[in-house]
Design a binder for this molecule. Sequence first.
Ligand code: C2E
Ligand code: CA
Ligand code: CA
Length: 531
Amino acid sequence: MNKKRIVWGSILLGLPCVLLPVLLMGYVAWVLNLAAAQQRLESLASVASSRANNTFQEAAGVLKSVAASSLAPCTPESIDEMRLLTINTFAVKSIGYVEEEVYACGSWGAVGHRVTPWKEDFVTADGVRVSLGVQARIVPAKPMMALQYAAFNVLVDPEQFLQVLVEDDVHLMIGTAAGQLVGVSRPGAERFMSRVHLGPASALEDGYLYTLVHSGDWVAIAAVSRHELLLGLVRREMLLLPIGGLIAGMLALVIVRRTRKRLSPLAELELAVRNREFIVHYQPIIDLSDGACVGAEALVRWRHPDGSLVRPDLFIPLAEQSGLILPITDQVIDHVMQDLGPLLVKERSLHVAINLAAADISSGRFLPRLKSAMSKADVWPSQIWLEATERGFVQIESARQTVNQARELGHLAAIDDFGTGFSSLQHLQKLPLDVLKIDKSFVDTIGRDPEASSVTAHIIDMAKSLRLKLVAEGIETEAQLDYLRSRGVDFGQGWLFAKPMPAGEFVGFVGERCGRAAELHGQVGELVGCD
Ligand code: C2E
Ligand code: CA
Ligand code: CA
């Protein structure tokens, strides 16, 4: 259940983390591409508009200078002057003098034919009258722009207005401030001339990105089609999308690692500690002399949210390694008091043995917690036995301190799995212990392996000489029970009597055993403290 949630959470987090960088880079590529295109169009349009304005100013300057000339019009000197000015001025194709609708003379010489006046498109602030698309007899090849001032005129090739280097993908247009088209570098986007009233502007419209720049009486528009824009975008995306992909990949990796970590046994155990998923089962401890139940060993189980139980040997090693055993011991203490507090108060002869790990023993931090839990439940310290294996007593000095403190408080201290380690005897010598638990492996040898079972006999004798109480673990057969009883072992636990069970069942078991013990001895409650 938890695992599913973690996996789904990671997928839900992962999808945007993977998609966002790619989408973001796509968007950044679009924005950069648009900005770059806008900048390119703007600089092109401003160069073109100032070029147009300069061309016009040059032509207008020529026009004004002939008009202001001191030479009488159409004299050979005046015609020479006009010719020279035409040759020397790049934009001007011809200069003419018109008097009463007669083209009297010009830079071509004396002419004298009649002309119909040109339609004026606009007049500049300094009085130059401008006519676009003029079909002149003098330069008939293509429409010209005519500038008139007083009786003089000049003809300008509109192409001169567009003398700017333009890339193939750009549409460049020059027009008047009123939006009349003067010339285009490449047809297709002329309609944007009608936008001149909007002033300097840039917009993406009608499948084009266009930029409009004014200069004097002229306006230049540079535009690129959406198709060209997309080509630029693809180029930029080829640079930026791999970066987006890389970021997405890195985020995905972080999420996968994080998920793996969260799904790791340690993370699961941490979550279980946080969610208090630990419960305790109780295995009865039997007085071998009369079969009465004298207590129980508290054995922790991890109950998963789906209800399944995990055995302690599957998680205790990891809990010990990671230090999570400390809060687990706390939870065991809490459960023991909650589960069996009332029974222990009622049956003062009953005890519960709690298993401790090396970290508990060396730190001793469980003692205050146990003390306060016991006093809340009104359980006596003598009713709580504390047991640890040799591994638990590894730090012998701090272990001795904790054992001493515990015994001073009234607890009994037991060495568990005795005989399975290397230094069991050393621990017996150095620690003030009360109980020795004979490991199941020795009990198993009884009746099967005479040599090994002689070790069992020695352990029993030694414990007796040290005045330790003896508990035999893992009794499964009547033969084992008979042997242990005949050797005077005090207590035993094992499947022969009962497997570990939930608290409720254990309370029932105690009741039953009290009845049986009472029946055996005919003295109700005397031996096992049953009411
Ligand atoms: P242990 O302290 O030696 O506990 C006795 C183990 O032997 C228990 O296994 C018990 O179920 C099992 N057992 C008892 N009688 C028999 C029998 O007749 N036959 C067989 N085959 N097995 C029997 P369990 O409950 O799986 O616990 C395993 C170990 O986990 C314990 O060994 C103890 O070292 C550790 N443990 C259990 N609870 C705790 C705890 O609350 N704290 C700590 N630190 N360790 C715990
Ligand atoms: Ca134990
Ligand atoms: Ca044991």
